[in-house]
Design a protein around this ligand. Structure first.
Ligand SMILES: [Zn+2]
Ligand SMILES: [Zn+2]
Length: 941
């Protein structure tokens, strides 16, 4: 079965026939609604199969609610602004640094970024259509829209009015290639790389005792010129070994065993000692050398910078300007600092021979100097996880910069900090899986202030902050209108453009404190502001808060979820969404992240064409969302065999025999159990219909709880029952060899009900195959314009029947394994099966199923403590003869197949010898005529 080809055909038909439009408007008048909010996809590259995972969930719940009759908003979103787009455009244009951008022209560059977004949003739209999603494609939102940007201006203004927006001067992680700050939010676990650096053991001689030195270890030698202090743990014991001070616990690891300890002291004793550094002669260093705490041993604050003795020496190099912890410790202890690198990580002026050289590209300039001047004990290669820029993968550095922050711990006029308010709001949200809340709270409790600015960048939110260079007063503009009213020049150059650089930078306002003309700061905004505002910029008032969002968990606690909660807390003091459903990461089948370079990555298009999207979607929904998904062609094939092919075979079985038997759905009995319109349902029919009811109930319950994993497995179990038991036991009931017309009708009617209901249940999960089955069976326009099957409480009889059938199947399983043990094929009838059981005797119809399946004449039931079965394996002549007939029937059926006989084709049968009775043989093989001859043979008639 070529599922991808079927899908392409249906996809085209959906859009040509207007089904999608009808679906979007199906419940316009409905009072109940399902407010879905799409987390914007970055419109920067074609979609990957990992995007398809989340997009399947998004479509699933919207389809489910649409079938249930809820009005929906089917708005798709694109994330447009930020470094990710800039970096790709830079690559496209062959740029190496920001100088190239400046000479190309900011306006040209920003327009290129916009173009790229439009190009890839169009590609992603086509791909998402291919995935089967029905969205309001003409009304997608873009975070680069004026509406979105101005909504963020409003948010920032409110923050400013509450006193939460401030300019900070701190040491922060920084990308020297992008020349911009990388905020704490942006560094995810996957943005670390296993790298080897040269770590150094540095000897720092004491000023008052030049024959004793502090032994200090650092993995970032490029920061040594920024050294201000050496931190020790005041309560830890240190030893003087020969001429070196080192933590006692580190002595043997660093210096080897058998060394002579001269004396030991507590760290407290070392505090206050002064030492000499290797770069004391440089101008930038001498400038602060008179500071009272310059090159002094300090006691660390363990909460900021813990001292450990498992690696290093227990004496910590503290470079206040070049490390986050160093900076914080410096702030707490009042240490001065020496800024050493520029935005591109070149050493600054005042650092002698280092000045102008790149700190990261040329580590040897430090190491060579330290070697020649006897500052080193040793150099060791050190393998560690080191943070890299999440966009361009350049190793990060730390530098001091002026950046803009939203304060988490300043109380507003109600006395509450933003942190406290956000924690309250986060707790009102329903997190799925449950641990989501803990992760979010963990982040909220520990995060620093929110760094919202990006220096030296172009394509992003223009932060509406106007800072006066004369008096340092700054204000925040909250809307386009406000900017217009305050503009004193440049409005004419801005008007008609989007609020982006460089156009918006033309507008100047007047400082309200000193009257000076003021420009906008040149920074752009953190991109999570863009995505965080969408509950406000896209949802109409009466659709707020959203009922449901879903995204991959890792990362979003710091990013999208965080930004939305922050913005909604500031603007409304309430939750922006009611339920968030998170899922883990998609990896390649080999357990590694998908990467082109590893040869294990699968493009969405390639996957869709090879696997088919219904199979892809089923892989996603049947996966436990808490666990990383290993995605590949092998699992795709397993999924297809496990589910789609089985379903398709059941459908095929029905279609084939319904055609032969000339069944039409108008002969359908009432869906109620038991008898209807002259049809008598067998116990098998009643059982599978009860199972169908049970399945509808469970799937509905699971989807109401946003549990696609449970729902899909319930469906899979049902389809397995349907195929492995219902169809298996019904094969002889239909087709030309069956002779009970009432039973035929019952079987066809049952299959019709099953498949037409099942296709509606499957519509949200696998929209294509369900459409094919539903339309072909019912002749209705589309399964997606139908309705969700009604739930119905199971009757006592249904519950009992389901339970009894389980016992039947258990007995059958045991019986088959007994036959196997005895080495007797199922085709050979046996006299009796003895069942000893704690259950009461099953009904005669159920017993008949056991007899049929196991080919047994009689079932003898007695009560016992547990279920056991035993076979009467004595075979008399009569049984043997019967067995032979069955064997003969099988052989003839093989011959029919080989001859390509149609299912209802009559044959002439030649046998080696005539058996005693021909009736069964003739009926089962559709033999009109039977003759004796040289060999077993058939002729088609
Ligand atoms: Zn970078
Ligand atoms: Zn001023």
């Amino acid at each position: 079965m070529d599922f991808p080809a079927l899908e392409r055909e249906i996809l085209k038909w959906w859009y040509d026939s207007g089904v999608v439009g009808k679906y979007l408007n199906k419940n316009n008048q409905s009072k109940s609604k399902f407010s879905f909010l799409d987390g914007p996809i970055t419109a920067n590259n074609p979609m990957g199969v990992h995007h398809a995972w989340g997009r399947t969930y998004k479509d699933l719940w919207q389809r489910y609610h649409t079938l249930k009759g809820d009005a929906g908003r089917y708005q798709n979103g694109f994330d447009c602004q930020g470094l990710w787009v800039e970096v790709e455009v830079e690559k496209e244009l062959g740029f190496k640094s920001k100088k190239d951008i400046e000479s190309y022209g900011i306006a040209n560059f920003v327009n290129k970024c916009k173009e790229r977004v439009l190009k890839y949003s169009a590609i992603q739209t086509e791909q998402t259509k291919r995935l089967g999603n029905f969205m309001d494609w003409d009304n997608s939102y873009f975070t680069m829209s004026d509406q979105n940007n101005y909504a963020i201006w409003n948010f920032l203004k409110v923050c400013w009015e509450r006193g939460w927006l401030y300019k900070g001067h701190e040491s922060i992680p920084w990308c020297p290639r992008c020349e911009t700050a990388i905020s704490q939010h942006e560094i995810l676990t996957e943005d670390y790389r296993e790298v080897t650096h040269e770590s150094v053991y540095l000897k720092l001689p004491l000023v008052n005792k030049p024959d004793e030195s502090l032994l200090v270890w650092t993995t970032t030698p490029w920061t040594i010129p920024a050294n201000i202090a050496v931190a020790v743990d005041a309560k830890l014991e240190y030893s003087l070994v020969n001429d070196l001070w080192i933590a006692t616990d580190a002595v043997s690891r660093v210096l080897g065993s058998g060394v002579k300890v001269v004396k030991t002291v507590l760290g407290q004793k070392l505090v206050g000692l002064k030492y000499k550094g290797p770069y004391d002669h440089l101008g930038a260093v001498t400038k602060i050398s008179s500071h009272q705490k310059f090159h002094t041993v300090v006691a660390t604050d363990k909460r900021i910078m813990p001292v450990n003795t498992e690696e290093g020496t227990g004496l910590v190099h503290t470079a206040v300007s070049a490390g986050v912890e160093d900076f914080q410790l410096g702030k707490k202890l009042g240490l001065p600092m020496i800024p050493i690198i520029a935005d591109n990580a070149d050493y600054l002026e005042g650092l002698g021979e280092l000045s102008g050289k790149n700190a990261k590209k040329h580590p040897e300039i430090i190491l060579d100097y330290l070697k020649t001047d006897n500052w080193l004990l040793k150099i060791e290669n050190y393998k560690h996880r080191y943070p890299v820029c999440w966009r361009c993968k350049t190793e990060l550095v730390w530098k001091v910069a002026d950046e803009w922050y939203i304060a988490m711990d300043r109380p507003d006029d109600t006395g509450l900090t933003l942190r406290k308010q956000m924690i309250k709001v986060a707790k009102k949200i329903h997190w799925l899986p449950k641990f989501g809340l803990d992760r979010e709270l963990d982040w909220l409790k520990n995060m620093h202030d929110w760094l919202i600015s990006k220096k030296n960048r172009y394509w992003g939110l223009a932060l509406p902050i106007y800072e006066c260079h004369k008096c340092s007063h700054f204000e925040v503009v909250g809307s386009k209108e406000e900017l217009h009213s305050k503009a004193v020049s440049g409005w004419d150059k801005f008007e008609g453009n989007s609020p982006h650089r460089p156009w918006v930078d033309e507008v100047k306002i007047t400082c309200s404190q000193c009257g000076e003309q003021v420009s906008r700061i040149l920074d752009v905004g953190n991109p999570w502001l863009d995505a965080g505002i969408v509950p406000f910029s896209t949802l109409p008032e009466d659709w707020f808060p959203a009922d449901f969002i879903t995204e991959s968990f890792p990362g979003q606690f710091k990013n999208w979820f965080y930004a939305m909660i922050a913005m909604s807390t500031v603007l409304k003091k309430t939750q922006p969404f009611q339920t968030v459903f998170g899922y883990a990461l998609l990896l390649a089948e080999d357990g590694r992240p998908m990467h082109k370079s590893l040869g294990n990555s699968i493009d969405f298009n390639e996957g869709a064409d090879r696997i088919g999207v219904d199979v892809m979607r089923w892989m996603y929904v049947t996966h436990n969302p808490e666990v990383n998904l290993l995605f590949g062609y092998k699992t795709a094939d397993e999924t297809r065999r496990r589910f789609h092919l089985i379903l398709w075979n059941v459908y095929n079985f029905f279609i084939t025999y319904a055609n032969i038997d000339k069944y039409t759905p108008s002969l359908r009995p009432s869906p109620n159990l038991g008898e209807g319109m002259g049809v008598r349902y067998s116990v098998l029919d009643r059982w599978i219909l009860a199972r169908l009811n049970q399945t509808v109930n469970s799937v509905t319950l699971a989807l109401d709880k946003f549990d696609a994993y449970m729902a899909s497995h319930v469906i899979e179990d049902f389809v397995s029952d349907l195929s492995l038991w219902y169809v298996r036991r019904s094969r002889d009931r239909v087709g030309p060899t069956a002779d009970n017309d009432a039973d035929k009708l019952a079987c066809h009617s049952t299959l019709y009900t099953l498949l037409s209901t099942l296709s509606r249940l499957l519509a949200p999960f696998t929209p294509f195959i369900s459409e094919e089955i539903y339309r072909n069976l019912t002749s209705e326009e589309s399964v997606h314009l139908s309705s969700w099957p009604a739930t119905k409480r199971l009757s006592k009889q249904e519950i009992k029947l389901i339970k009894d059938m389980k016992i039947v199947r258990r007995i059958v399983e045991m019986g088959l394994s007994e036959r196997k043990k005895a080495g007797i094929r199922v085709r050979q009838p046996l006299r009796a099966l003895h069942i000893s059981s704690q259950f009461s005797v099953l009904s005669s119809q159920l017993i008949q199923l056991i007899k049929d399946e196991l080919n047994i004449k009689e079932v003898i039931w007695k009560s016992g403590d547990e279920l056991t079965v035993s076979l009467d394996t004595k075979i008399d002549d009569k049984l043997r003869a019967e067995g032979k007939i069955r064997e003969l029937i099988r052989q003839v059926q093989e011959l029919r197949k080989e001859a390509g006989a149609k299912l209802d084709q009559k044959i002439k049968l030649t046998l080696l010898a005539m058996p005693q009775s021909l009736d069964k043989l003739k009926r089962q093989t559709l033999a009109e005529e039977v003759v004796e001859g040289e060999k077993l043979w058939i002729e088609l008639l």
